[in-house]
Design a protein around this ligand. Structure first.
Ligand code: GDG
Length: 460
């Protein structure tokens, strides 16, 4: 049987509990059959030579971890610069936040070449290579240039924007040409797939060969939508384990007289946090019965603290929370409980389960796994309600959530009120359908469907 080689910017020991999201999904994919996980070691070498980095190889159970150090110059240009200063904002439709610094692209290319060089020394002829996310778009092109003939698939965890937005990136043609070095391109949603299809036909004169296969630059690539899921059973088990139960009981006692609303995410401008707080304020103004009652717990776990845009967001959030609590709070009730800290993964399900309403309202999101985790953690007999942004990839699947436009403050406030008032029977019916959906398309389904399609695509 072929070995699976996963390549992603960050690598985590699959034997340890990961913080969530990508790390959990990939750890799970590898833990089953074994394989190799390749990426950045997380170490930055001050004064290190650009384009160079030591390779470290260690065995973690049945998974080989191969990681490369980065020089400070490469880290600044590849990770902070091109990946998170250009690709992240543009792919989330935020041209206003992109910093098109001409120096970044050199570092981005250099690190992809460095990874390709180091990875080549570790590959076996029959390995299946699965590359993840925007940091590594040109990796397959670099590998192919070094003679790699393996099957290579790519999965984009974040959205792919429409043609006109993508075309604002000065190197957009180069990036898209690089995508054709893969055998399979996986996107989160049909909307992303359509954006890809329109872009390559309009900008690269690609021919659509049917069955989502595209021909351009003398290569054929297959594309598809593979919405990422969670491990529902693992999450349900976490929900019934001690840490989550303790959390649930404690919060239930403390908030027995209150209606609890919950938001959990990394502090990121894609997540729509200021808009959510404004909608919550609007809820208190428009529906005063929520005063002294509705409490929003907002967890914003620290993320990319070394980037300026994130500092601005932090300040905006702190000021909004302070203003809402100052204007509406009472001695015995504060409307917003805001935490700029990480909550342990084992405790999260208890928090999800105690919430009457989850607010998952990103301005744009590849998928959003918090929405799925919230559903998995509910008590089916008395489930909470999911308020979900129509701009999250998850909205294509989770149709029984209450969908909102996060830019519409009044509309979002009205929908939150609807969620708070929803009768038990309707909550149960919606939850049942949502749970069925996340079970059918869980993380195992995602991995298997992607890898089966990759093997098909490569043999075509
Ligand atoms: C990218 C795409 C796509 C959050 N706060 C805490 C915490 N989390 C965990 C959640 C969840 C994960 O982080 C977040 O996953 P998301 O999917 O919501 O978002 P991104 O991190 O932006 O991930 C996204 C994803 O890739 C997968 O393809 O869905 O669209 O942007 O698991 O639970 N975990 C802990 N403490 C926290 O405070 N332990």
């Amino acid at each position: 049987m072929s070995r699976l080689v996963v390549v992603s910017n960050r690598v985590a020991d699959p034997r340890k509990t990961a913080a969530g999201g990508l790390a959990v999904a990939l750890g799970d994919a590898l833990n089953g059959a074994g394989g190799m996980w390749f990426g950045w070691s997380g170490t930055v070498i001050e004064g290190g030579a650009p384009g160079e980095g030591e390779l470290h190889v260690q065995q973690a159970g049945n998974v080989k971890l191969a990681t490369v150090d980065l020089s400070a110059e490469d880290h600044a240009g590849y990770y902070l610069g091109y990946s998170n200063g250009v690709l992240w904002p543009v792919f989330h439709y935020r041209l206003d936040l992109a910093r098109f610094d001409a120096d970044y692209i050199g570092a981005y290319r250099r690190v992809n070449q460095l990874f390709a060089r180091k990875l080549m020394t570790q590959l076996l002829p029959d390995d299946i290579i699965w590359v993840h996310d925007y940091h590594l778009i040109p990796l397959a092109a670099e590998l192919r240039a070094m003679g790699c003939k393996n099957r290579i698939g790519f999965f984009l965890h974040i959205p792919l924007p429409p043609q006109q937005v993508l075309a604002a990136i000065p190197q957009h043609e180069w990036l898209m040409r690089a995508m054709f070095a893969y055998d399979l391109l996986g996107f989160q949603s049909q909307a992303d797939l359509q954006n890809f299809s329109r872009y390559v036909q309009a900008e690269a004169g690609a021919e659509e060969l049917g069955n989502n296969r595209f021909r351009a630059f003398n290569r054929t690539v297959r594309a598809g939508a593979f919405p990422i899921g969670i491990d529902v059973d693992e999450f349900a088990a976490l929900t019934h384990a001690k840490e989550a139960l303790d959390m649930y009981e404690r919060m239930k006692d403390e908030y027995s007289r209150r209606k609890l609303l919950l938001g959990v995410e990394r502090l990121d401008y894609s997540k729509g946090l200021p808009q959510r707080l404004r909608a919550f304020k609007c809820l208190l103004e428009r529906y005063p019965e929520n005063l002294r009652s509705a409490t929003l717990i907002q967890i914003a776990s620290p993320s990319r603290e070394d980037m300026g845009t994130y500092t601005d967001l932090l300040q905006e959030l702190e000021s909004l929370c302070g203003a809402i609590n100052g204007d509406f709070g009472e001695l015995d009730w504060m409307p917003v409980r805001y935490m700029h800290r990480n909550v342990a993964r084992k405790r999260l399900p208890g928090l999800y389960r105690v919430a009457r309403v989850a607010l998952v309202t990103p301005l744009r999101d590849g998928m959003n796994l918090v929405a799925k985790e919230f559903i998995a953690a509910q008590n089916p007999a008395d489930p909470g309600v999911l308020v979900l942004s129509r701009f999250a990839g998850a909205a294509e699947q989770l149709k029984e959530a209450l969908l909102v436009n996060p830019y519409d403050t009044d509309g979002t406030a009205d929908t939150i009120q609807h969620a708070l008032q929803m009768p038990l029977q309707e909550r149960q019916a919606r939850h049942q359908k949502l749970l069925k959906n996340i079970r059918e398309q869980d993380v195992h389904w995602w991995r298997k469907t992607f890898l089966d399609t990759l093997c098909d695509a490569a043999s075509e």
